[in-house]
Design a binder for this molecule. Structure first.
Ligand code: BGC
Length: 362
């Protein structure tokens, strides 16, 4: 088989963090033509070029040209998220009879929580990077140890994350972790997509499908109330494709709490197989993407906290709702919700999770 491109990984310096750590960039060129620039600082995807239906490539993700951009603005652009993606109510949980206290770094609606791992989550670590290749696919492996007590979490957690780009234009993410004390773990990727291109306006015209008959409603602080409710007949029903903007202004309490979509869906597949979770389509460019995951949940966040004050990578300012994230995950606040699938990793067990973003055109 002939490929569109010769697959390769090219490594070069990207800059340094404000505390002087050097940051490397890995440019992955997939045989199918997708190209991504990834940095070892937070495993961030800085740029992601995919072809439109005429074969013209554009960068379809939000990010910054330098480390300072990421240090100053903090919407988790392109980042690996851990130790616990999403919110933990009041920054507290009880595990095996002991109470653990986490940094409170977020307070929507006046309700405090610990968001995306705390004040220094995995998005702010410089990981140990290594290029990967199996002859067809190329990638990068990131490794690090989050020490016992890191951000209040118990146990030394050894984490490996691999990004692969396949000849079929699939960005595959493999997560693995082991611990020496029981701890919550919920790893995800916070890439923001805009299929018209970065800084090309809002994503309200993108069409989204989510393979979920239920979602977990939140309170005014976007903290789950521990329920799974049907989406049928609500603006949260994406079981068939809907334009994101079509119902976003509907008179709905959940949309008011989120300032738009910022919720977790209960995926129909709950058995840990790699299965379809979502699909995203932008009709002017033809860009189409399927999301597959082994995870039981998906946070769809449509950039309600983004503003038009922040410059993007080409000098143009980003837009309110200028990107959307589809974060595969266990449900928010699972450590405090005994009825939700457990997000606790115990010594001797291996945390494994796989997500694929499959790019194509229609
Ligand atoms: C959350 C949003 C939060 C954002 C931070 C998303 O995963 O759902 O509520 O504001 O991350 O960038």
């Amino acid at each position: 088989m002939r490929y569109a491109c010769e697959p390769s990984v090219v490594i070069k310096p990207f800059g340094q963090t404000k505390d002087g750590q050097r940051v490397q960039q890995y440019t992955l060129t997939g045989a199918g033509g997708v190209v991504m620039d990834v940095i070892d600082y937070g495993g961030k995807v800085v740029r992601l070029f995919t072809p439109d239906r005429n074969g013209v490539k554009a960068d379809v993700t939000l990010g910054f040209n330098d480390v300072a951009g990421y240090e100053i603005h903090d919407p988790y652009f392109g980042s690996l998220i851990g130790r616990y993606g999403n919110r933990i109510a009041n920054g507290k949980f009880v595990l095996d009879g002991k109470t653990y206290v986490l940094p409170v770094n977020n307070e929507p609606g006046g309700k405090p929580c610990s968001l995306h791992g705390g004040t220094k989550g995995f998005d702010a670590y410089v990981w140990n990077g290594e290029p990967l290749s199996d002859g067809k696919s190329v990638g990068v492996q990131f490794k690090m140890r989050s020490p016992d007590g890191d951000q209040g979490y118990p146990g030394n957690l050894d984490v490996i994350v691999r990004y692969w780009l396949t000849p079929e234009n699939v960005w595959r993410i493999e997560y693995e972790a082991v611990t020496d004390k029981a701890t919550p773990v919920n790893l995800t990727q916070h890439v923001y997509f805009n299929f018209k291109g970065e800084a090309e306006g809002a994503i309200l015209d993108h069409e989204l499908t989510i393979s979920a008959d239920r979602m977990t409603p939140g309170n005014v602080g976007l903290i789950t109330v521990g329920k799974r409710i049907p989406v049928k007949g609500t603006p949260f029903d994406f079981t068939v494709p809907w334009q994101i903007g079509a119902r976003i202004e509907a008179d709905d309490e959940q949309l008011r709490f989120g300032g738009g979509y910022d919720h977790n869906w209960v995926l129909n597949n709950q058995d840990g197989r790699l299965a379809p979770a979502a699909a995203l389509y932008e009709k002017s460019t033809g860009r189409f993407m399927e999301v597959w995951t082994t995870e039981p949940g998906l946070q769809f966040y449509c950039g309600n906290f983004l503003t038009d004050k922040v410059p993007g990578k080409r000098g143009k300012n980003l837009a309110y709702r200028g990107g959307l994230a589809l974060e595969t995950q266990h449900y928010p606040d699972s450590p405090n919700q005994p009825d939700f699938p457990s997000a606790i990793l115990r010594p001797g067990a291996v945390y494994k999770s796989v997500t694929e973003y499959r790019f194509s055109v229609k």
